[in-house]
Design a protein around this ligand. Structure first.
Ligand SMILES: [Zn+2]
Length: 463
């Protein structure tokens, strides 16, 4: 055997998808048209749930009913408080043999309005915000923002808010200093380039028409317009959840159109691909459980995040209905914690370890562990589980790679994995490599998105 032959036999390198499957470039392109539409219609967790339910209903899913009897192939879904959704296809195997779970999150970093946000200062009306999730604050100034959310009026009427998305609608923004006057600001550390209390959103600059004897007429004008749009008053801000998100639409990026640039790809890219695989599951051996969760970006807390027991309760109820022991169901289950990982960035190589980074264009990334420092707060997936998942992907011809979130001690992060593991389920992270993660405009490779979908499909189809 020549050295070259031996090297091929013993060594390993992850392939480049476009070289291995040139025909997938077109397939990925077509697949991502639906993905871009999903990104544009779901800019908040609530909107993602609404869109997911529309897609699920159209694919034959029905709301889960406690006490109903379900047969193999039946498709059901359950919404948690309008912010999270579980979809499931009943398998041919008994439930006690375990579930095939796939959990992605549909919340993304953003600027939330404070409970009492509207004020007037020096002839302008502005909104105070409190950022949600890990953002680099300076990235959120001087870009168009849209207003999304929900508000409850005094009489209990629920109004959905969406302003700044459609052509002709106004947008909003956080201002930044001009370079001419930024001397002092330029000497701040980058993390304080813009401070939390400087993330104020401009909403108006003209006073209410009849401003005689009115103290803050510019603020009043803003209130009058909000009242016109949504029927709301200042007090109603206290009964609202309003999220300011980038107003731009998902777009093809690059001369070769090989990438997608958009807000909120972390982690709607896994939500969309998981949902697509879920909807295609026909008579799977194992019952599938696709979870689109909320609150991951702030630690999976709250009753719509995965630190809550809502998934556990769903599994318990499902188990009870089919006469299975839920503890046995969970112990035999496998879950993909489907979340993005940091793609190697050629402009900033110092924070990566090149041998253990994921790369744009090499497929979905299997992340054995996340966490910070000595794997703190991680779920370190076992060799046994890695072997199972790798076999499923290899058998289906999926392009996958491994990756750590940056070099050791360069930082770190977490996912929903540790909360799923807390239910005594075997879980590993799998997702899409992303550039500029958590920025208002994140970047992903279409081929990586497509192969993540292929991985999820293979996972549900595996016998
Ligand atoms: Zn994420």
């Amino acid at each position: 055997m020549t050295g070259k032959e031996l090297q091929e036999k013993l060594g390993w390198k992850f392939p480049v998808i476009a070289e291995k499957y040139p025909e997938h470039i077109g397939e990925a392109d077509r697949f991502c048209e639906g993905y871009k539409e999903f990104l544009n219609t779901g800019k908040t967790e609530r909107e993602c749930v609404k869109r997911a339910v529309e897609l699920l209903e159209a694919a034959g899913y029905r709301p889960f009913e406690k006490g109903a009897s379900y047969a193999a192939g039946d498709k059901i879904y359950a919404v948690n408080r309008g912010k999270a959704v579980i979809a499931s296809t009943i398998g041919t195997e008994p439930l006690a043999r375990g579930l095939r779970m796939n959990g992605a999150h549909i919340d993304s970093p953003r600027l939330d309005l404070k409970p009492n946000p509207l004020y007037e200062k020096d002839g302008m009306s502005l909104l105070k915000t409190h950022y949600y999730g890990g953002i680099r604050k300076y990235q959120w100034a001087a870009i168009p923002l849209a207003m999304h959310g929900v508000v409850y009026l005094e009489d209990g009427t629920r109004r959905e808010i969406s302003l700044g998305e459609k052509a002709g609608e106004p947008v909003f923004c956080v201002t930044d200093l001009l370079p001419h006057l930024a001397g002092e600001q330029n000497s701040r550390k980058l993390g304080e380039g813009l401070k939390g209390e400087e993330l104020n959103i401009v909403v108006g600059s003209i006073p209410y028409e009849d401003s005689k004897d009115v103290k803050e007429a510019v603020k009043l004008k803003a209130l009058a317009v909000l009242n016109e749009y949504f029927g709301m008053t200042e007090k109603d801000f206290l009964r609202a959840e309003i999220e300011m998100v980038p107003a731009f639409q998902a777009a093809d990026v690059g001369l070769d159109r090989s990438m997608i640039g958009a807000y909120g790809q972390d982690d709607r890219v896994c939500a969309y691909t998981a949902l697509a695989a879920e909807m295609e599951a026909k008579d799977p051996a194992y019952t599938t459980l696709t979870i689109l969760a909320d609150k991951e970006e702030i630690g999976s807390c709250g009753n719509t995040g995965l630190d809550s027991d809502y998934v556990l309760h769903f599994v318990q109820t499902l188990a009870e209905m089919s006469g299975a022991d839920y503890k046995e169901v969970l112990q035999n289950s496998i879950c993909l914690s489907s979340d993005v990982n940091a793609a190697y960035d050629p402009t900033f190589p110092a924070v990566y370890e090149s041998r253990n980074s994921c790369y744009v264009g090499k497929g979905c990334v299997l992340t054995k562990y996340t966490g910070a420092r000595g794997k703190s707060s991680s779920n370190d997936a076992s060799a046994e589980l890695m072997a199972k998942i790798i076999k499923i992907m290899d058998d289906a011809g999926v392009c996958w790679q491994t990756g750590e979130l940056g070099a050791v001690d360069a930082g770190g992060g977490g996912t929903i994995a540790k909360f799923v593991a807390g239910m005594n389920v075997d879980v590993v992270d799998l997702g899409v490599p992303i550039l500029s993660m958590h920025a208002p405009f994140e970047l992903a490779s279409k081929l990586d998105v497509y192969h993540t979908y292929l991985a999820f499909r293979a996972f549900y189809n595996a016998r």
